[in-house]
Design a protein around this ligand. Sequence first.
Ligand SMILES: [Zn+2]
Length: 156
Amino acid sequence: MEDVTREKSAEIEFFTVKIQPFYRESTMVIQKDAEATLRGVKKLLDESNEIVDKIRTLKSDRTQLQPLCGSLRRRLICCGKQNCRCRKGQLHGPYNYFVPSKCRGKWQYVSDKELEKVEQGVADWKKQRKIDADIRALSLRLKEIRHEIGSLVPSE
Ligand SMILES: [Zn+2]
């Protein structure tokens, strides 16, 4: 009977001295890990929200554009009339032309009146390409973030 009690108290002592501190410590480690994970996930979620907002702004900016897909060129021309000064090298112009990117070779004459609008359109087209590239890069980062969150949060 005495032996059993002694054995029991030895067991309790073993638990208290050896196991319990370790157990407590490992619980703390787990808790710390969980907190770090949570902080990491929150940071990623914040970044993801920022990106979603940025994409929304870019998309709304994009709808304001009136892009003309091409470029503006200035060109001196020879009218083709016989006896005209241009035949002797005094060319007419320079005149403005819009050169579409897609149907190659078809230059479109741009009058002075239309010039500002076409310049704006060409600038908008450049802006649109920049916006599209930015949206692509941001969407890629969003995908990465989703992947990172997925690897932090264990799935069921
Ligand atoms: Zn001429």
